[in-house]
Write a protein that binds this ligand. Sequence first.
Ligand SMILES: *Cc1c(COP(=O)(O)O)cnc(C)c1O
Length: 362
Amino acid sequence: MLPLVKTSIPAKELLMPRLEEILYSGYIAQGEAVEEFERKFEQYIGGGNTLSLNSGTAALHIALILAGVKEGDEVISTALTAEPTNTSIKSVGAKIRYADVDIETGNISPDSIEKNINENTKAIIVVDYAGIPVDVKRIKEISEKYGIPVIEDAAHALGAKFNGKKTGNHFPFTIYSFQAIKHLTTIDGGALQILDNDLYEKGKIIRWFGLDKKLSRMDNNITMQGYKYHMNNVNATVGLAQLENIEELVQKYINNGKYLDENLKGVQGVETIKYYPNTEASYWLYTLKVENRDRFIKKMAENGIMASELHKRNDLHTFLNDFNSELPNLDQFYSKMVHLPCGWWVNKEDCDKMISLIKEGW
Ligand SMILES: *Cc1c(COP(=O)(O)O)cnc(C)c1O
């Protein structure tokens, strides 16, 4: 079965000597390798400051703290995402106010964001779902108009672009996950990309118990709640090896995604996703709207291809449904949405097979 997601680990010859060296170096905690990973990740993103962490969920948590979200506040978010986007809102004691999605893309709708803003709104979380960039231009305008910070959950969208610049450059906070099946894995890990230098310094303190690593323990004075969220040298070493080939790796997803887009446009029974102007997706998954989804998934499975909706709408979780909002566009989008594999393990023959299966009908 051609899987929907698959872990990519660097070649043995590249990874193992470095891993062995760091494991027996006597220093496996947060040190030079972490520092090097952060600076190289900043270079890859092309701007901002990288706060490396032990998960994407930790990145969301710190972003919400830095955005000033507190107990009783509201955060506007989307229900079409992986659960951590929204459990993190609950972890700071805030309430989730779901905006509806754009029927053409499945991403959070700027119009619906604006309708849902009220005096309790302290932040907006947007998700580049499946690697499809959100409507950056309009969301930025809304953020500026109301003075509400945006946190971009780019866990699916490493290397996706707007106006030629990668995710991580557009909003004050952008989160990445380096969990097993994301574009780049450090085994487990994450990063918070922060544009503001002072907030970056504050983020470093929150990541390490509220302690300032630049000072000795005796000279430290904790003044805020911190956590144990840092990345260690071992995970950072895996990350450094990954970064050597990351452009090529992400490009494989993009090439497959574009090829599927080109060949599925106008085919009976399917609707391809539309992209916002000046955006380039990084296709963590290939997303398509199809008629008779269950039959479609079955036909694909019978032919050795895993197709799935992958994520459960988050508003269907009791704990993640604070306001019971109506989401008519999501109802429609979700009833047809399906993902197909398009990552580094998928070759042109696999793509051609999917295309001809779809053209046959189901
Ligand atoms: C994977 C993921 C996360 C969380 O990342 P972890 O590293 O697993 O904590 C957050 N948001 C989305 C959309 C994800 O897919």
